[in-house]
Design a protein around this ligand. Sequence first.
Ligand SMILES: [Zn+2]
Length: 439
Amino acid sequence: MAAPELQQTVGNIAGFTGTALHTGEKATLRLHPAPVDHGIKFKRKDLQDEPTIDAKVENLKTVERATTIGEGSVRVHTVEHVLAALWAMGVDNAIVEMDANEPPIGDGSAQAYVDLIRKAGVVAQDEPRKFFGAGDTMHVQSKTGALLVLLPDDKFRISCTQAGPNNKFTQFLSMEVTPAAFEREIAPARTFVYYEDVKPLMDKNLIKGGSLENAIVVRGEAVLSKEPLRFADEFVRHKILDIIGDLALVGRRIRGHVIAVKPGHASNADLARLIAREQTRRSAVAVSRPIPSGDGGLDTDQVMQILPHRFPFLMVDRIISFDTETKCVGVKTVTINEPFFQGHFPGHPVMPGVMQVEAMAQVASILLFKLAKTTSRIGYFMSADEVKFRKPVLPGDTMFVHAEITKSRGERLAKAKCHCVVNDAIVSEGELMFTFLDK
Ligand SMILES: [Zn+2]
């Protein structure tokens, strides 16, 4: 097996100053290294307390012409080009510090940010990268004719068709997005705008920093810019740049093939949201390791990959053994540190009976997932019958939780007989029923 790809951050602090697109004022952007699993965060150095904004899809605010993210009342505008550069150049974790509400626009491409990342350097960290692997085909469609489809692929690819009004300037490009390909083929591609679209904004003085130095203006058949086109198909290349920047808000690397037809920030954001939602769904019951079929047990880590429960509600530490397909034994060490002892009861700590039933349900769920061999459904606890609490469970006790599936009908309904044992004596028992629903 190949070594896992590691997360990366920038090696040094590096920055540059330029003009902000909307205000036309000077803005300075500085990249700072950040620890593993930090992701990309923007920092508003110009505001009191220097608030940060997570570059995540849940913070997406507006997608008109450019992508704006925010938390509370704090905003950063036009984040897509710097995000595209960070993501495509392989930077997973960084702080993007700015003294304005938007980055300097540079020449309207991602070139300035690529240069900055080169200056800062990219260094590997000691945790593997997190990926979103495209599974079933996903797609988003908009009234304006944008269509984005995500297909499974073991690389990250984009195939994009761009078309202007009346299908003028129709261009197509398909590529695998790697740092080298991005730097060479995509980063230099500049923003392009249609004259009819920007005229009203110029009249209202809303794009004070906009000029032919940082955008290509298309007026009818004419292409106006200070510098000639950098590629014959510069427009579709910039569309790919924007897709990368907007999908960076997913917060994970994507393994998949994006097929984009007439994309814009709104449809890119829709796809980013869809992917993030699917990721959340998967993480809720993440099973990334196969459940052993023999007598082998599960350690805490493996238990937590199957069960969504976490401290203080995870009631099983380990599965010590499986017996055939339908029986297993879990173990829970009960310590005085359990939060429920604080109130149950002060001075006379006893483990609540309902927590023992919860422990039974969790151990039975592990069996059910194993039986169903799928995690695409979620089990709901329906009822508990014949529940008896025979002896108190006290701090320091090791509780063995036995579960046996006694009935499973049509993969929709299952019953489990369970009991808990401390010091070779049954302390509690019950019959639990579960139903399964598609997630
Ligand atoms: Zn753009």
